[in-house]
Design a protein around this ligand. Sequence first.
Ligand SMILES: Cc1cc2nc3c(=O)[nH]c(=O)nc-3n(C[C@H](O)[C@H](O)[C@H](O)COP(=O)(O)O)c2cc1C
Length: 317
Amino acid sequence: MFKSVNPKDISVLEVQKLLLGGVSPRPIALVSTISENGEPNLSPFSFFNAFGANPPVVAFSASRRIRDASLKDTYNNIVRTKECVIQAVTYDMVEQVSLSSTEYETGINEFVKSGLTPIKSLVVTPPRVKESPFQMECKLLQMINIGNDKGSANIAICEVLYFHYSEDIFKDGIIYPDYIDLVARNSGDFYTRASGNSIFKVEKPIGKKCIGYDNLPEFIKNSNVYTANNLAKLANVEKIPNKDEVNNFIKNFETNNQYDESNFYRFLKRKEHKKMLEVCLCLKNSNKYKYFLELTSKIALENDDIDFAWKVAIFSK
Ligand SMILES: Cc1cc2nc3c(=O)[nH]c(=O)nc-3n(C[C@H](O)[C@H](O)[C@H](O)COP(=O)(O)O)c2cc1C
């Protein structure tokens, strides 16, 4: 069953739960601020993102408490001082970051409570967090208050004045997910570790005019083998190979081997699409021939061998 809900008809807590689960996983800003009396404050905020590069702009929301609509120390501090430091949260520090979110009384130093290490900033007064490999010194550009009730947003739009980062998190000119090992917030107590098996690539269609989903041949769109992701990968090419290209390509995989179906399943398990095609070409008389070819094309797509996948897909017709 699918439900449709007007947020005005449910409690703020239920709305919050929907947002936390459905707008998820969210990056986490670990925000340090300084009170008027010079006391440091540190808290995490996952209503957070980046919005532009020139000037560099990030924003987070220290919302009013759902319990009693009271304002958080981070909000009060940033409104008064117009400064903060925002740091990325990595797997190695996530438990300490969670500790820093404890609702201590105003004036309690969450650096001390969490055991995270304050270090001097370059151009703003709040300290940076040494343990984070990515830190941004910020000034408040604009505070947008949306409502003044329980759970209302206070969006702090900040300009980044200084970036500080460890060079160890870079590979091939980008911040490499496995090296920075960020965490993000989901619903309830759940977090996402954004590295390892959670990371995958999707080739950007930028810079080329891809044929698009609508130009996929019907026999490919109607296949039971390809998933929606498989079809979108096929649609991300500029041209479909012609029959001659396909036939010349297929010839390279003809062998004198006496493969049978068991060989096909063995190579399927190992996701070796080239060997799968060699086997297919020995199974021309099988009633599963077309299915095997489509499966070979699908595995090629999953191995990012798109040209191979297209040629086998056309050949399977
Ligand atoms: C990972 C994480 C993300 C959080 N995200 C938010 C958020 O986006 N907005 C918010 O108001 N509170 C958020 N909180 C709760 C605040 O961190 C918490 O209310 C904190 O005590 C506020 O501290 P302060 O009063 O010192 O500013 C989050 C807590 C955790 C652990």
